[in-house]
Write a protein that binds this ligand. Structure first.
Ligand code: PMP
Length: 274
């Protein structure tokens, strides 16, 4: 599929110009923040949330820039209109510079990622690693441990790697938020300990609206057996049931989890219609 254009500093440019200089030290040292936005039928899902988080991430690492939320949203919508392909992912990349005026914003179209249907039916495999992200609320280019651990997970046919804190509590996945569930009670790590996932936020809203009790607290890996099911959330995963954590096996999604998945899919459809 052909994705012919991208945005550079809010200007639509041919994709052949999507390059970064090897001399860009801020890029090679990872002084940048990013977002992934899902676009379906030309609708960028939750774009306001993503751009807001992009700016919060930039603030968390002291990255000053000259962009505005409204400006980015407007130009991103113009880019989507110009692209022939209507269902895709957009990667937003904001790279800092010595001076605010030299910071750079790129919005790159990428092929969409759709997890296998059987993952939703049966649940996915995961592994755990002891690791806590620095500045967990920021989505930065500081990705080396996540990259290495995720590669190991992939080699072992796992969907993601789950990070354990020093007390052996599961905090989050390398690219997902983590939830455990029994009946209609859902537990997830406190917001300040994790990346505030856009999907996490909307899943919590949908769950509460549908009578689920959502509690924010850490989950010790040794207590996992107490829960009937566990699941992950992210922009491309939506709600993904987990079948295995290391050697620990969970039954397929419970009826309450299936119901929540249905509620959330309906909510996403309603966003398309809005
Ligand atoms: N946690 C981490 C560490 C992530 O990288 C991601 C992917 N952005 C998520 C959670 C899920 O966030 P979202 O629902 O916004 O995609």
């Amino acid at each position: 599929m052909e994705l012919k254009y991208f945005l550079k500093n809010n200007e639509i440019c041919p994709i052949s110009e999507a390059v970064i200089s090897l001399f860009n030290i801020e890029h090679s040292y990872g002084f940048g923040v990013y977002e992934n936005v899902r676009v379906k039928n030309s609708i960028p899902f939750f774009i306001n949330d993503h751009v807001e988080r992009l700016f919060k991430s930039a603030e968390a690492i002291g990255l000053e820039h000259q962009f505005t939320e409204d400006g980015i949203i407007k130009c991103t919508k113009q880019l989507i209109e110009k692209l022939e392909i209507k269902t895709l992912n957009l990667k937003m990349l904001l790279i800092g510079a010595k001076e605010r005026k030299d910071s750079c914003l790129y919005v790159l179209p990428l092929s969409p990622h759709f997890p296998d249907e059987k993952f939703y039916r049966d649940g996915v495999k995961t592994i755990t690693k002891k690791y806590e992200r620095w500045l967990p609320q920021a989505k930065t280019l500081n990705m080396l441990p996540s990259y290495i651990y995720y590669s190991e997970a992939k080699k072992n046919n796992c969907y993601d790697v789950l990070f354990l804190d020093k007390d052996d509590c599961i905090i989050e996945g390398s690219r997902t938020n983590f939830f455990a569930m029994t009946g209609k009670t859902i537990i997830t790590a406190p917001e300040e300990r994790v990346l505030s996932g856009v999907t996490r936020k909307h899943v919590i809203t949908v769950a509460k609206k549908n009578g689920y009790d959502v509690q924010e607290k850490t989950i010790a890996i040794n207590d996992l057996k107490k829960y009937q099911s566990v699941f992950l959330t992210s922009t491309s995963s939506k709600i993904m049931p987990v079948r295995m954590i290391d050697k620990m096996e969970f039954a397929g999604p419970t009826k309450e989890l299936k119901e929540l998945i249905k509620n959330f899919d309906e909510y996403l459809k309603s966003q398309e219609a809005a």
